[in-house]
Design a binder for this molecule. Structure first.
Ligand code: RB5
Length: 146
C-alpha cells in the first residue's frame, strides 16, 4: 500500500521509526514531513499529507506531531479527509472499522514508539464495516458543502 507520512519538529525521530516499520511491513511510504528538529508549523505537514490522500497519491496517511491534535485538525480541513487521533489500539481499529478514517494521527509526546507501531498496525489490519456507518460518513462530508 502507498502511505503518506507527515510530521513536525516534535516527531522527527518517531516518524523515522514508523516509516521504517511500515517499509518492513512491505508498504511504500512517501515522506511529506520535516526531517529537521528546528521548530516548524504543523499545519503545513497536515495539509501536505491530506492533499496526497485526497488526491489519491496515497491510499492513507499517518500524521505525527507532539499530541497528534494540531496536525490532524489541519488535515481535516481538506475536503474528503477523515483524520483521527489515536492513543490506543482499540481506537485505531475502530476509526477504520466505523469511521473509515483515511489518516491516522498520534502524538510523539503522548505514545511511545512501541505503542505507535501497534496503533499503525491495528489501523492497517482493520477493515471498514460499511453498512450503518456509510450514511454517517456521508453526513460528515455534507458539512463540507454548507
Ligand atoms: C509543537 O510544539 C506542538 O505544539 C505540536 O507538535 C503539536 O503538539 C500541536 O498540536
Amino acid at each position: 500500500m502507498k502511505i503518506a507520512i507527515g510530521n513536525d519538529h516534535a516527531a522527527v525521530e518517531m516518524k523515522r521509526e514508523i516509516q521504517k516499520y511500515l517499509e518492513e511491513l512491505g508498504h511504500e511510504v512517501i515522506n511529506y514531513g520535516t526531517d529537521e528538529c528546528k521548530s516548524c508549523d504543523y499545519p503545513l505537514y497536515g495539509e501536505k499529507v491530506a492533499r496526497a490522500v485526497a488526491g489519491e497519491e496515497a491510499e492513507c496517511g499517518v500524521l505525527i506531531c507532539g499530541t497528534g491534535v494540531g496536525i490532524s485538525i489541519a488535515a481535516n480541513k481538506v475536503r474528503g479527509i477523515r483524520a483521527a487521533v489515536c492513543s490506543d489500539t482499540a481506537t485505531a481499529r475502530l476509526v477504520k472499522a466505523h469511521n473509515n478514517a483515511n489518516i491516522i494521527a498520534f502524538g510523539s509526546r503522548i505514545v511511545g514508539t512501541e505503542l505507535a507501531r501497534d496503533i499503525v498496525k491495528a489501523y492497517l489490519d482493520a477493515e471498514y464495516e460499511g453498512g450503518r456507518h456509510e450514511n454517517r460518513i456521508r453526513m460528515i462530508h455534507e458539512i463540507e458543502d454548507r
